[in-house]
Design a protein. Structure first.
Length: 208
């Protein structure tokens, strides 16, 4: 998160309120969440800064801290934060448009927001943009561009991008088929845990 973008426009006392809210959220105590939500709402409305706007969007999305669950209001606050250049909000907003959460599905708009995040070197945005190019959703299908963006995301350590990039090497989709490279990238994904890449690694190694 770029602090200059995330907290721009917050004065000292309001900034302290926001940090207090973050501490309350991180405490994990149920009794603290309602106070945290009230603080975040006040900071977001008072300051107009991107970070609290994004956090308020998350509260609406998941209905936490006594905030009524509303994906529509979540998208409204995500949009405010994303428009200011907050990369996490740009990614979240892209996801909302891709899957139709709080808005009508619009993969072209999703691609636009992912592109903004991807240009800021945000791995998840790069991965999702690559997958849209791979599937031809919201953008013309282009396996070469898919591989380019998946590579950027994989280099940023995104395990799901690594898994999908390895698949491109395995099938020769958008890149010359290279089973050794496929095995290497599947291993990088598997090494991050969670099972990503692990199910594909053994068969690839056997082919080699």
């Amino acid at each position: 998160m770029d602090a200059d973008v995330a907290l721009a426009g917050i004065d000292g006392p309001t900034l302290l309120m926001f940090y207090r809210a973050v501490q309350l959220i991180q405490s994990g105590r149920v009794q603290d969440q309602e106070e945290a939500a009230a603080l975040i709402r006040e900071v977001a409305e008072r300051s107009g800064a991107a970070a609290p706007q994004h956090e308020l969007g998350n509260l609406y999305m998941f209905g936490t801290g006594g905030v009524p669950k509303s994906s529509v209001l979540a998208v409204l606050w995500f949009t405010k934060a994303a428009t200011q250049g907050l990369v996490e909000a740009q990614y979240t907003l892209g996801k909302c448009y891709e899957i139709g959460q709080g808005v009508v599905i619009n993969t072209a708009t999703a691609a636009e927001w992912y592109s903004k995040g991807a240009e800021q070197d945000h791995g998840p945005s790069q991965r999702q943009l690559g997958m849209l190019y791979k599937r031809g959703l919201g953008v013309p299908q282009n396996y070469t561009l898919a591989v380019q963006w998946l590579t950027k995301a994989a280099n940023n350590g995104d395990a799901y991008a690594q898994h999908n990039l390895a698949g491109c090497f395995w099938t020769g989709q958008g890149v010359a088929q290279n089973l050794a490279a496929a095995a290497e990238v599947y291993k990088a994904a598997a090494d991050q845990g969670g099972g990503v890449g692990r199910c594909k690694l053994n068969p690839v190694l056997k082919v080699r």
